[in-house]
Design a protein around this ligand. Structure first.
Ligand SMILES: [Zn+2]
Length: 423
């Protein structure tokens, strides 16, 4: 590879797929100080490192996951839908508290993500924000999760949330907050947490419309969620004030950026509000999890009609067999819901926007090695026989044959002087 004295390198590839515009056959891109400063086709300007018959894409964004479950070999069973699955998750969590394997699972998830071409992750952290990885890995937006239906949960959050946000920042990750879901967060708690985020200009994420039983529970306090909460000892003596998905969408929209996770069963009112706030809100769908726990793929046509950006997440390995964003894209395409080109846009540019990391993520790359010659790089990217050859975060390889190498090392003094652009 060619890295000159000022930390510039040029890569050439059979296909370069930019964030905007059509794929470039026999393309090249120039990286300077960890940033992409030029993209083009034909003969590269100056010496270039030829990656060969590969596809270079923007780095993949897994906009929603829970890395604490990354050490699971197989997902938990989906019987009983979301309430049944949550019961199994809670039982597993309680059983393993003593062993505390969470940090190891998080590191395993980060490494698996890098191997899958993921350069940016929207992570939901419960009580344990992940420590920084031992070596360079994907970027993290860590959403601090809040759960509670009791009357005192809101006041308690005022003390713990600022403390835990400081821990996240101290560990080098971007922070956010995540009131969990309408069936697990009382109104005062969610409002207080979102207010903290709004004042600090932090994004927020919330699971909304994940189950068909959610709206019934919010309206009547009955149904499978009530039975679940009582069985877990989490239903308070004083019934909590609950909010609808539409109410939560309006509250999320008061912050700088909000993520609605799943959105499988949103009613018309919620969709109208999503559309009204599409300049601040995005939906993250998790296709394989929706199929397991809701028996359906995400309602992409309805979300599209609301005009809202849709990104892609894997959710956790408690509901999917791996952390492959490309596999999630394949599920949408195989279900006839979208084209490979649109799915990849959801998995890159929309994901970065949803996490409010569009400026940083624009410099990240994934190099895919198709198993056979291809004319359509979008289709080839989603071919299950295609291999992730390398993953680069800001010019530094975090997976693959280039791992550990910096393609564009440069001094801090030079780093601030050049203009960058996204792939
Ligand atoms: Zn989730």
């Amino acid at each position: 590879m060619t890295v000159d004295a000022v930390g510039t390198s040029t890569l050439r590839a059979r296909h370069v797929v930019p964030l905007a515009g059509p794929p470039i056959e026999n393309g090249w891109l120039r990286i300077e100080c960890g940033r992409i400063v030029a993209v083009g086709g034909g003969t590269a300007p100056g010496p270039a490192f030829d990656l060969g018959d590969v596809i270079v894409l923007p780095g993949l964004v897994n906009a929603h996951t829970h890395l604490e479950f990354s050490s699971l070999d197989v997902p938990l069973p989906g019987e009983g839908g979301l309430p049944g699955w949550i019961g199994r998750v809670v039982a597993m969590r309680r059983a393993r508290i003593a062993a505390d394997p969470v940090p190891a699972a998080i590191h395993a998830g980060l490494e698996e993500s890098a191997r899958a071409g993921v350069t940016t992750i929207g992570e939901i952290a419960t009580a344990c924000p992940p420590a920084g990885p031992a070596r360079p890995g994907p970027r993290l937006r860590v959403f601090l999760e809040a759960l509670g239906l009791s009357a005192g949960a809101g006041a308690a959050a005022c003390a713990t949330v600022p403390r835990d946000l400081a821990i996240i920042a101290g560990r080098g990750a971007a922070a956010g907050v995540s009131p969990h879901a309408p069936y697990s967060v009382a109104s005062p708690l969610g409002r207080r947490v979102l207010e903290i985020a709004r004042r600090r200009r932090l994004p927020a994420a919330m699971h909304l419309g994940e189950s068909a039983a959610e709206a019934e529970f919010v309206a009547t306090a009955r149904g499978p969620f009530r039975e679940l909460l009582e069985s877990l000892g989490a239903w308070p003596a004083i019934p909590p004030r609950l909010l609808t998905a539409a109410d939560w969408i309006s509250l999320l929209a008061k912050g700088p950026r909000g993520v609605v996770v799943h959105g499988t069963f949103l009613d018309d009112d919620a969709l109208v509000r999503l559309g009204r706030h599409r300049g601040r809100l995005a939906v993250v769908v998790c296709p394989r999890t929706a199929r397991l726990l809701a028996g359906t793929l995400p309602p992409l046509a309805r979300l599209r009609s609301a005009g809202v950006r849709v990104a892609i997440g894997t959710d956790s390995r408690a509901s999917t067999p791996d952390l492959s964003v490309l596999a999630e894209c394949r599920a949408l395409c195989d279900g006839g819901l979208t084209s490979p080109a649109e799915a990849l846009r959801m998995a890159t540019v929309h994901g970065a926007w949803a996490l409010a990391m569009e400026r940083q993520a624009g410099a990240d790359l994934v190099v895919l090695q198709p198993s056979r010659p291809t004319r359509d790089p979008h289709e080839a990217a989603l071919d299950p026989t295609t291999r992730v050859a390398a993953t680069l975060r800001a010019g530094t390889a975090i997976h693959g044959g280039l791992a550990g190498q910096r393609l564009s090392a440069c001094s801090a003094a030079r780093g601030g002087s050049s203009r960058s652009r996204s792939l």
